[in-house]
Design a protein around this ligand. Structure first.
Ligand code: 5GP
Ligand code: ZN
Length: 117
């Protein structure tokens, strides 16, 4: 745990969140600022700063996150697909440095993936 990390504080219950699912390894909770009708995050409970810092020892938890995404998305109201986003580092415009997989969807198709600037 990183004492200065807001997602570690969410894992520990020190900051409240709208939880969707948790087990010993992962936590899923709604994004505080949803960008679509369905927008939640799945995170490892272990503090991993970003995907750039993940190593082979993190493969099981990363696999678990992806393997539960579909079921959670369906349960949350995105039965026909969704988008997964993992913003990483400065280039990826990551804001919270605790690895998180965004699950974004809803009943209607999303905008295209990246707008050309
Ligand atoms: P990033 O830009 O790092 O990929 O995304 C960080 C996400 O975390 C943002 O979508 C933001 O709305 C969300 N977020 C930031 N602080 C909190 C919080 O305290 N609680 C919840 N539930 N989401 C948060
Ligand atoms: Zn953390």
């Amino acid at each position: 745990m990183d004492p200065n990390c807001i997602f570690c504080k969410i894992v520990e219950g020190k900051i409240p969140s709208k939880k969707i699912f948790e087990d010993d390894d992962v936590l899923a909770f709604h994004d505080i600022n949803p960008l679509a009708p369905v927008h939640f995050m799945i995170i490892p409970k272990k503090h991993i700063a970003s995907l750039a810092e993940a190593g082979p020892e993190d493969a099981p938890v990363l696999g678990k996150i992806l393997s539960i995404a579909g079921r959670l998305a369906r349960e949350q109201g995105s039965p026909e697909g969704f988008r997964t986003i993992v913003n990483t580092g400065k280039i990826g415009r990551q804001d919270v440095y605790h690895l998180h997989v965004h699950i974004i969807g809803g009943p209607n198709p999303l905008p295209r993936m990246i707008a050309k600037e």
